[in-house]
Write a protein that binds this ligand. Structure first.
Ligand code: ATP
Length: 240
């Protein structure tokens, strides 16, 4: 891994009451990479993402963005510092139009020209959103809502884009489209952390991957190597 570290997670512990969801995990995300977090249901993937974005409080360990410790920083500030999240289950604002959803995503940006350029960027990735900009989000298909959630996160000009299971519930062809666009987003300079149960398709676009099991990092390595790892294939790739 060549590039410099952008996000460093050390000994991160997350508890929900008596449940220890993360038992001291370590991760490094380098500038310009797509880093995948893989694992079964309940492994702790979503908890990891939500702790990075400040939506869940950690019980131990640290998260450092660049040279700033963000372990105790509140979610709104973390978002303004350049971490944008597209949540699991999409959670678009159904009663608002596509364009209004995107405007909400740009709430931390004051520069009008920047907002305009972000609109152009996301409409470039997802032309269907431009076609439907005046429709309410509730009229979009599942795949389109997923696109809107990703686009909304990009409207805040994030340095790091967090994607929580973008393929969930979508048809294989749409999953492929979304994976291709995630790769394009990276190529244009945004670092991406992607949580997925769909290990096979994610490893094709990722640079590096962490596999979580019961709140611990079970294995990690270059995506190109993990793709061929017999243990990983047996545990996670067989079903896909
Ligand atoms: P999924 O794909 O189902 O989202 P995941 O790998 O993202 O799984 P998490 O959602 O992070 O896993 O959950 C990790 C563990 O923490 C699970 O045992 C889960 O039941 C538990 N957990 C998650 N959120 C809460 C909560 N708010 N309260 C109590 N337990 C929780």
């Amino acid at each position: 891994r060549k590039n410099k570290t952008l996000l460093k997670i050390e000994n991160l512990v997350v508890r929900y009451g008596a449940v220890e969801a993360l038992k001291g995990i370590n991760m490094e995300v380098n500038e310009g990479e797509i880093v995948a977090i893989l694992g079964a249901n309940g492994a702790g993937k979503t908890s990891t993402l939500r702790t990075i974005s400040g939506l869940v409080e950690s019980s131990g360990g640290s998260i450092v963005l660049g040279d700033q410790d963000i372990t105790k920083t509140e979610a709104e500030k973390i978002s303004a510092m350049g971490i944008g999240q597209s949540p699991e289950g999409r959670q678009v604002f159904r009663d608002f139009t596509v364009e209004e959803n995107l405007k909400i995503g740009a709430f931390t940006i004051k520069d009008k020209a920047q907002i305009e350029s972000n609109f152009n960027r996301v409409y470039g990735y997802f032309p269907v959103l431009k076609e439907r900009k005046n429709q309410s989000a509730s009229t979009l298909s599942g795949g389109e809502q997923q696109m809107l959630a990703i686009a909304r996160a990009l409207m805040g000009s994030p340095k790091i884009l967090l994607l929580d299971e973008p393929s969930l519930g979508l048809a294989p062809l749409i999953v492929q489209d979304i994976m291709d666009i995630v790769k394009e987003i990276k190529q244009e300079g945004t670092t991406v952390i992607i949580v997925e149960q769909n290990a096979a398709q994610t490893l094709k676009i990722a640079d590096y991957a962490y596999v979580l099991e019961l709140g611990q990092v079970k294995m990690h390595g270059e995506a190109s190597k993990l793709k061929n790892d017999p243990h990983l294939i047996e545990a996670y790739l067989g079903a896909h």
